[in-house]
Design a protein around this ligand. Structure first.
Ligand SMILES: [Zn+2]
Length: 232
């Protein structure tokens, strides 16, 4: 009998194994590409999650659950409209450039860093032009959770998952470390299915008509995962 984990990964595998057209010409293409990247990343990270889980590395599972929750939020925001996706891409590019410029490395690394900045600075104006803006709109994580309709997750699960991600005083509490988290398991099951379904639905005519077998299957899986991890 298939486990919940198998059902989650199998659903996503079927969808992310085909990528229609990675070449982007318009905002709709970029939205699809953004959703694909989050779906593919969710599927890969969830596979790692379950390897750690099988080996009872629950503390490390939580660190990956944080990443998976971010992918859920990205995918949910990006699926709202092509503009949402392009705004998110432009914000992430802007942040990469900002962080790169904060780094003051040695001269042998500097050339490589400058080349990276140059590549990002060459790409960014095209996204800003698509938005008709001179700077990227701020898409910080709190705003993304709110837009995704998950503000309570920002204050609860995301906060808890972050505890052991950053090196700090918390790690010195061995009795609290490595405890299995039902919430993390729930996120690890949901992320591949939800992000794959969002990628699928963006250009599925059946989904747009409100009658799609694949969408129905995803909803049934999400309800099943919730009932069997978090309960009622
Ligand atoms: Zn569909």
């Amino acid at each position: 009998m298939k486990t919940l984990r198998d059902k989650s990964l199998a659903f996503a595998q079927e969808i992310v194994s085909t990528r229609s057209n990675p070449i982007c010409a318009n905002n709709e293409d970029y939205q699809k590409d953004f959703l694909y990247r989050n779906a593919f990343g969710s599927h890969e990270t969830a596979k790692s999650y379950w390897i750690l889980h099988k080996n009872k590395r629950f503390g490390d599972c939580v660190a990956l659950a944080r990443n998976l929750l971010e992918r859920i939020v990205n995918s949910s925001c990006g699926s709202k409209s092509p503009t949402h996706a392009v705004e998110l891409i432009s914000y992430e590019l802007s942040e990469k450039i900002r962080h790169c410029k904060l780094w003051k490395p040695s001269s042998n690394v500097l050339a490589q860093l400058n080349a990276t900045i140059k590549v990002h600075e060459k790409i960014l104006p095209d996204f800003l032009r698509r938005l008709g803006k001179s700077t990227a709109p701020d898409w910080n994580w709190m705003k993304r959770f709110e837009e995704a309709g998950l503000p309570s997750f920002y204050r609860s699960a995301y906060f808890n998952f972050s505890t052991y991600v950053h090196a700090g005083y918390e790690v010195s509490r061995p009795e609290k470390y490595n405890q299995q988290s039902k919430t993390a398991d729930f996120i690890a099951l949901v992320a591949p299915v939800l992000t794959a379904a969002n990628y699928h639905k963006v250009d599925c005519l059946n989904c747009q008509r409100g009658k799609c077998d694949l969408r129905d299957k995803s909803m049934a899986l999400l309800h099943d995962f919730k009932a069997r991890t978090l309960g009622k």
